[in-house]
Design a protein around this ligand. Structure first.
Ligand code: LLP
Length: 448
């Protein structure tokens, strides 16, 4: 159990000194609960380690892991930068009043509208992914008489051990410029950016994957990027001052996960960058890291109400909850594993093995296979742990199930940061064309 979770005198699970059973009854279920202090302490740890080991370095929180306007405020107040990857994330940050000069704008297919939104907001860096984006950004910036800072995304040919769908650094990837000669490769992109009067080339970026629980791939990546900067100096005579190694540090979902500490992660990157810089007498660049998961995953839990139980003698027992793949698609997508606790019986011994099923209409909607749980009854509250990253942000309305609310807890107080969707929200953007209206009327369909 993570450090922020406790069991109180009533035998209930507590997060941020709030009783989860009370949270479930006050805000309803399913409910995402995020421990604000834990998120803050992770952000502080990243900044502290960076300040000690790479004093000019920058920590940018990767908003794709979990982003709301309140989260933007939290990130801003901790002095981090923010990585956004779409017009929607950028709009969220701008709405929250996030300082836009501290925003990095990612994405492998930014539209003109998104690029304009970024230029108008004055984002600090565009992380340019491909030649099309390079041309469009140069043109739009020229028309606006601005010169945005650019990092070029490289596919460095380095990967970490993780699920294939969340690997990104390999050569065969949709992301970034490949390290090849000729018109399709990075060197051509560098030449094009340097030749542009409306783009300011600041450095390189790469991201090798997510939920990586070893240090060696990060060191290889940082070293490969540094050597690419050295090669750019040899070919073009320019010393690029910034190097962004992306995110990817793993989090603990179950006992088997043993991710390195944040300090060890920064140390591995610092050592790799420093070694290449020394070897080639290259000035130490400003290093950027973009952690998402490792800041929010373990700070979050999801509360559900337990409903139906299906016992198939000698086969399996299914325990159904009032959410599922709509609020957590990760088990179905990546075979991700989670742990759960019966929140109102947190001290009771786990004596049953049950498979936690969601309420969505497919057999793959399983949150946890073979969970060890205390004996349950309908109405009990189930807490699934370490759901803070890529759960809310990947939630859907599959089966027209409204998405849950999100609360932040801090020192015994719980505050809503995202309201629960209502059925009215579900039909809010639906439109009935006039011809269907009239046919419905002629056919005598009941109207609500
Ligand atoms: N920077 C870039 C450019 C990225 O693409 C990502 C994640 C990050 C930073 C943050 O990585 P983190 O520190 O969170 O590992 N939906 C998947 C994860 C996809 C990650 C995509 N990129 C999941 O649920 O596991």
């Amino acid at each position: 159990m993570s450090q922020s979770l406790k069991v109180n005198a009533a035998g209930h699970l507590e997060i941020g000194q709030c009783d989860t059973v009370m949270l479930a009854s006050e805000f309803g279920t399913p409910l995402y609960v995020m421990d604000e202090d834990m998120m803050r302490s992770r952000m502080q740890e990243y900044r502290r380690e960076m300040a000690q080991q790479l004093p000019t370095g920058i920590v940018a929180y990767a908003g794709k892991a979990f982003l709301t306007t309140a989260m933007c405020r939290l990130v801003a107040s901790e002095g981090l930068w923010l990585d956004v990857v779409s017009g929607g994330e950028l709009y969220t940050a701008v709405t929250a009043g996030f300082p836009t000069a501290r925003i990095l704008f990612h994405g492998n297919n930014k539209t003109d509208d998104e690029l304009m939104l970024g230029l108008e907001a004055g984002v600090g860096r565009f992380v340019v992914d491909n030649f099309r984006e390079l041309e469009r950004l140069a043109e739009l910036a020229r028309k606006k008489h601005v010169r945005p800072g650019v990092l070029l995304r490289v596919a460095p040919g380095v990967t970490g051990h993780t699920h294939q769908y969340i690997q990104t650094g390999q050569v065969d990837s949709k992301f970034g410029f490949p390290l090849v000669e000729g018109v399709h490769g990075l060197w051509a992109a560098v030449a094009r950016t340097l030749a542009s009067e409306s783009l300011a080339l600041r450095g390189l970026h790469s991201h090798i994957g997510s939920q990586i629980n070893e240090l060696e791939p990060f060191a290889r990546e940082a070293s490969a990027l540094m050597q690419t900067m050295v090669e750019i100096r040899r070919r073009f005579g320019v010393v690029l001052p910034e190097l962004d190694v992306g995110g990817g540090l793993g989090s603990r979902y179950s006992k088997e996960d043993n991710p390195p500490a944040i300090g060890a992660y920064i140390e591995a990157i610092a050592a790799a960058v420093t070694a290449v810089a020394r070897q080639y007498e290259y000035p130490l660049p400003m290093v950027i890291v973009e952690p998402g998961r490792s800041i929010v995953a373990e700070a979050g839990i999801t509360l559900y109400t337990i409903g139906a139980k299906k016992v198939i003698p000698d086969v399996r027992t299914y325990l159904a909850v009032d959410g599922g793949m709509g609020d957590n698609p990760r088990p179905a997508l990546y075979h991700a594993t989670y742990q759960a606790v019966v929140a109102n019986k947190a001290n009771a011994k786990a004596t049953e093995i049950v498979t936690i099923a969601g309420k969505h209409c497919e057999s793959g909607d399983i949150l946890i296979w073979d969970a060890e749980l205390a004996p349950t009854e309908p109405g009990d509250v189930l807490a699934v742990l370490s759901t803070g990253a890529y759960n809310y942000s990947m939630a859907s309305n599959y089966n027209r199930v409204p998405r849950p609310a999100v609360v932040f807890v801090h020192g015994g107080e719980a505050e809503l940061v995202v309201r629960r969707e209502s059925y009215a929200d579900i039909v809010r953007n639906d439109v009935i064309p006039a011809r269907l209206e009239s046919r419905a009327a002629a056919g005598g369909l009941a109207r609500p």
